[in-house]
Design a protein around this ligand. Sequence first.
Ligand code: GLC
Length: 833
Amino acid sequence: MTATKKKPAVKAKASKKYGYFDDANKEYVLTTPATPIKWCNYVGTLDFGGIVDTTGGTLVCKGDPALNRITKYIAQMPNADFKASTVYIRVKDGKSYKFFSPFYVPTLQKLDKWECHIGLSYSRWIAEAFGLRVQVTIFVPTKSNTLLQDIQITNIAGGAKEVDVIPVYEFSHFEAEKQLTNADWVPQTMTLKAHPEKDGHLVLEQYAYMKRDYAVNYVTADCKISSFDGDRRVFLGCNEMGSWQHPLSLDNKELSNSECDRGDNIAALMIHAGKIGAKKTFRTCTQLGQEQSLKVANKAIKKYRDLKNVDKAFAELAAFWDKYLETIQVKTPDASFNTMVNVHNPRQCHTTKNWSRYLSLYQLGYGTSRGIGYRDSTQDLMGVMSHMPEEALVLTKNLISVQRPEGNAMHQYAPLALEEDTGSEANEGDSREKANAVDAQGNHLYADWYGDDHLWIVLTVASYLKETGKMELLDEEIPFYEKGKKRAEREKGTILEHLKRALKFTREHLGKHNLPLLGFADWNDCMNLPLGAESTFNTALYAKALLEMMDIEEHLGDTKAVEMYKGWYEDVKKAFNESAWDGKWWVRWFDKDGNAYGTNKAKYGKIYCNGQSWPVISGIATGAHAEQGMDSLNKLLNTKYGVKSSTPGYRGFEPSVGGISTYPPGAKENGGIFLHTNPWVMIAETILGRGDNAYNYYCQINPAAKNDILDVFESEPYCYPQNILGDEHKQFGMGRNAWLSGTSTWTYQAATQYILGIRASYNGLVVDPCIPTKWNGFDAVRKFRGATYEISVKNPKHVSKGVAQMIVDGQEIDSNVAPIFTKGTHKVEVILG
Ligand code: GLC
């Protein structure tokens, strides 16, 4: 058995229709394979790893899902179909065989029991059939290029059973899109070779011909392999009239030992477990990896053929997660808040940090249409900053390296191309499509830059500085991005200079009302107004970035710079207040002629969510208007499943506004509950001191609290989806696009930094809660700059906000900022009132 000891799960919850949260083991336990839609988990990192769905399908990539894909997982196939991998368990039944898959898919053989434990970077199945209990655990050891599949089969019935194990993987061409679009070149080049070893071990090696000397995939196991197949046609049998549900090869004692010089490459291994006696367990572990050559792979192969090392790797993975999560652990009166904040939300932040919007069951990682998104990853990074600042810094610097000397940023980059320093690693995203559109006079109609991308990085860098105190980072030089030039030839600037140029770019790109220009789009990707349009979102983000910059400069002691940025801030605040109030809320955009969008006068898109929350977050909305905007939001945009991004939705395609109107009303940005916007509403409410509102907005989108309504919600209850259909749509409440969403980073920040109010600052750890009035208080443990803070908040007067007293290690202090200690454990008692 594997090294980790399971803690007993709370059984009472096991009655849920699809599954239940097992907080003691930090798992969600799924009890039926028939989820409403495909659900999945992530293993490994972007360096090596990918998706494992709940029925055993695996999508594995190394470094870049588009350019270095390993398995052929086609997400659009129905749930019951084979998708890149499975395991068959075969039992001798008289003269013939019967078999099943512990994943249920693709055999669809009835099982006596089935569970999928969705854990922290591992998935574990427990299935019972034919008197056998099969446990399969899939994970990637930390910092390795191997996917391990630990298979344990126990005879639970009595009477020896003759059992075979047949794991199978199907390979993809490394260039993922080519696999789907080129059925000539791809099959001619796909190659699978067998390397039998003297002692009965076997390695199957796979590559596309041109990669033979650079990158090879392999599959092997710890035990003897009696036969194999590398050719899908041979394995399925009868010229593929045999199916994945019943491969005809499984009717024979041995597989055909087919190599594959072209065609559909698979790796199927025949492992004879032999006769398993009553209560006895057979265990084997398969490896799927990629290295430069088998010679290089040999070390890892040998290592993981020793099952002790498999156990050790699993224990190391658990230790990684313990350490990652111990940065913040909370105990509040709300169990599903605790479940999300202590486990699943920070875990999701780790996933978005790795895969940006690149590889999910929705963002399929094909071609160059995605990559690491500038605005997406800069925000994602803030969600992991307290847990892994140094890892976050690596990605932060990559993002800084695709900022242009002008100050704005490229929209996305391909990770492998960045590594290879190609000079064309970054691109302008969707704005490329319209970049060449011109009017009759030959003037460009749209901007080929985004108005928000470059501003986010100021917030990201500030969050690193506050977390670590390492101000020297600002002096480090990083090249700007100049297309076509190698990194060494490009202009360089310190990180501080990069931030300054970002702000200056926006300062110099203002429109008619002296508000920042929209560019091709702001955060709302789907609103593409012609050149000259202004965005109040960019206005607020710019103002927030200015506030962060003033803090940075103040900490550096540059009072002149502080004054300058203060001036810029006041200018934009004034311009905003003079032009953007609509009567009951703030407008969202002005087009080039000064017409407002997000106004009561409009037929569609009268009011926008971000239009109200961001002015509060950035402090540019003041006085009564700040609250009034948020109240209008509550009245017009809130639903029981979350806040809609706008209302009413456009009722048909309108080229003048673009992407937003391609969706039916109630979907995505067009009046849907675009979840990413919701935590901003929570944060704004905490700034206004309205803790009950903030908490209510939190609860209505908490996926863990939706475990009872999964037939409506449909999406995984252990992570945030990107969108929920709004009330203008018939399927109101249905979630889609799980995992890779900015909802994760921001809800985590909203919960920990604003509702619980525990946030890093230059001078110490701030504790400034804004909680629901009904809470008596809460406890939290936060690691910060080498010390542990044990925080206990009491709320005797049942208020939301306002620290009446802070006592640190027995001494009352005159603020709500606990000092920087750098070591030891410190008690922080806070009394609200
Ligand atoms: C998608 C994009 C993100 C954008 C959001 C809203 O999630 O990845 O960049 O901000 O849509 O349009």
